[in-house]
Design a protein around this ligand. Structure first.
Ligand SMILES: *[C@@H]1O[C@H](CO)[C@@H](O)[C@H](O)[C@H]1NC(C)=O
Ligand SMILES: *[C@@H]1O[C@H](CO)[C@@H](O)[C@H](O)[C@H]1NC(C)=O
Ligand SMILES: *[C@@H]1O[C@H](CO)[C@@H](O)[C@H](O)[C@H]1NC(C)=O
Length: 368
C-alpha cells in the first residue's frame, strides 16, 4: 500500500509538472537545430547555390532567394570566408529563413548569430519573433576578417516561437545580402541583486551564448531594453554597439566576461539603479584591455548623478586593468550610471578593426 501510494505521488508530481508548470523545456544554450547549416539541402533541391523549395534547407523554412554557400572561392570571383564551419545561408532581396523553437513562456532568450555583409553597401538584417523585432546594420568594421557576431534578445510569450531572419533590402543584384553562418540560442537566467551591491549583472557574467570554437566577441546592438537584453540589466545607448567578450577568447579583468567599448563616444553603456536622495554612494569599476592588440592611450568616462570621473589607461594590447572609484550623492530615487570610451581605437596593424577599453566589475554601494 505504501509503495502504491508513493508511486501515485510520483505519478501525480510528474503530471503536475507536465500540466501546471510550463517550465519543462530544457534551458536552451547552444546552436539551433542545423544552426550552423552544416546539414546540406539535397543536391536535387539546389539550383547551383539557390535552394529550391520552402522546406529544402534541413530544419528551416525559407522564403525568397536563399543561397546555400560553401566557404572559399565562388563563381564570379567572390571569396567567402566563413568563420564558423564550412557552410552558410545567404539571404537575397527580401528573403528570410525561419525556425520554430520550443521555449519557456515568460523567459528571456538571447539569439547569437554570425552575420557578414557580402556586397559593398551596408546591409540590414531583420531578426524577429512574433511581436518583437530589430533591424541591425551589418558592417564589418568591428572585425575586418569578416564574421562579426551579434546578439538580440526577446521575451517568450508563447510555447513555440517562430524565429525569423529576414533581409528587408532590395539591391540591384538580387543575390546580394547578409550571410548567416551560425545561429545559437540561450535562455537567460533571471537577474538577482547581490548583497551590498546596487548594480545588477555587475560583472557582465550573464550574457549571450558564445560560440565555443571561435569568437571575435559579440556585438550588442543599441536600443534594446534593459529588461529584454542579451546583457540583462544594461542599456546600450546611442547608435553603435558595445562588444561582449568572454574569458576563453579574450583577457577579462575578472570572472568569465566583460564588455569592450568599441565605438568611442558613439556608444555608452548604462544602468539605472535605485538610490535614496541625498545619500552618498561609492561607484567602483575596473577598466583594461582585452589582449587583442588594441593599443594606445585610452580613457573611460564614468557618470553618476552630478559626478564625472575620467580614468586614463595605457594599453599595450597585452591584457591588464586598473581599478577606479568615486563618491557621488544621489539626487533622486533613480540614478543612472553611464560609461563610455572617450577616444576611438583600432587594432595595431589593422586599422579597419574598431576596438576599445574593457569595462568590468561595476559596483555601487552606500557610504556611511
Ligand atoms: C512553424 O509553425 C507554424 C505554425 O504552426 C507552421 O505554419 C510552420 O510551417 C512551422 N515552420 C516550420 C519550419 O516547421
Ligand atoms: C569545434 O572544434 C572541434 C575540434 O576542432 C570540432 O570537432 C567541432 O566540430 C567544432 N564545433 C563547431 C560547432 O564548430
Ligand atoms: C570606494 O571603494 C573603493 C574600493 O573599495 C575604496 O578604495 C575607496 O576608498 C572608496 N571610496 C570612498 C569614498 O569610500
Amino acid at each position: 500500500m505504501a509503495l502504491f501510494f508513493s508511486l501515485c505521488l510520483v505519478f501525480f508530481f510528474s503530471l503536475c509538472n507536465g500540466s501546471a508548470s510550463p517550465a519543462t523545456t530544457l534551458h536552451l544554450d547552444g546552436l539551433l537545430p542545423n544552426g550552423d547549416f552544416e546539414e546540406s539541402p539535397a543536391k536535387a533541391n539546389l539550383k547551383k547555390t539557390v535552394i529550391v523549395g520552402k522546406y529544402s534547407l534541413p530544419k528551416w523554412e525559407i522564403n525568397g532567394l536563399v543561397e546555400y554557400v560553401s566557404g572559399g572561392p565562388q563563381p564570379g570571383g567572390f571569396f567567402f570566408a566563413i568563420p564558423r564551419g564550412v557552410h552558410a545561408a545567404r539571404l537575397g532581396n527580401e528573403a528570410s529563413i525561419s525556425q520554430n523553437v520550443t521555449v519557456n513562456v515568460g523567459s528571456i532568450y538571447s539569439l547569437t548569430f554570425g552575420a557578414t555583409r557580402t556586397c559593398a553597401q551596408d546591409e540590414v538584417l531583420r531578426v524577429a519573433v512574433p511581436g518583437q523585432s530589430a533591424e541591425l546594420s551589418i558592417q564589418t568594421i568591428y572585425d575586418s576578417h569578416g564574421g562579426d557576431t551579434y546578439a538580440w534578445a526577446f521575451k517568450a510569450t508563447s510555447k513555440v516561437v517562430k524565429v525569423t531572419f529576414h533581409n528587408p533590402g532590395v539591391q540591384e543584384d538580387p543575390s546580394c545580402g547578409p550571410l548567416l553562418d551560425a545561429i545559437a540560442i540561450k535562455e537567460l537566467p533571471p537577474l538577482m541583486l547581490t548583497k551590498g551591491n546596487l548594480v545588477k549583472n555587475s560583472g557582465f557574467e550573464i550574457g549571450p551564448h558564445v560560440f565555443k570554437n571561435f569568437s571575435t566577441g559579440i556585438l550588442l546592438p543599441p536600443k534594446q531594453l534593459d529588461q529584454i537584453s542579451p546583457l540583462p540589466g544594461w542599456i546600450i545607448e546611442s547608435l553603435k554597439p558595445v562588444k561582449f567578450i568572454d574569458k576563453k577568447h579574450f583577457f577579462v579583468p575578472s570572472g568569465l566576461a566583460a564588455v569592450e567599448l568599441v565605438a568611442g563616444r558613439e556608444s555608452a553603456i548604462a544602468q539605472i539603479i535605485r538610490t535614496f536622495p541625498n545619500k552618498f554612494y561609492n561607484l567602483t569599476f575596473t577598466i583594461g584591455d582585452a589582449k587583442n592588440a588594441c593599443h594606445g592611450s585610452m580613457m573611460v568616462e564614468a557618470f553618476a548623478a552630478k559626478e564625472t570621473l575620467k580614468v586614463p589607461y595605457v594599453s599595450r594590447g597585452k591584457g591588464g586593468f586598473v581599478s577606479a572609484s568615486f563618491k557621488f550623492q544621489a539626487i533622486s530615487a533613480r540614478t543612472r550610471i553611464t560609461f563610455f570610451s572617450a577616444y576611438y581605437h583600432t587594432r595595431l596593424h589593422d586599422y579597419g578593426h574598431m576596438c576599445g577599453p574593457v569595462l568590468d566589475n561595476v559596483r555601487v554601494f552606500p557610504v556611511y
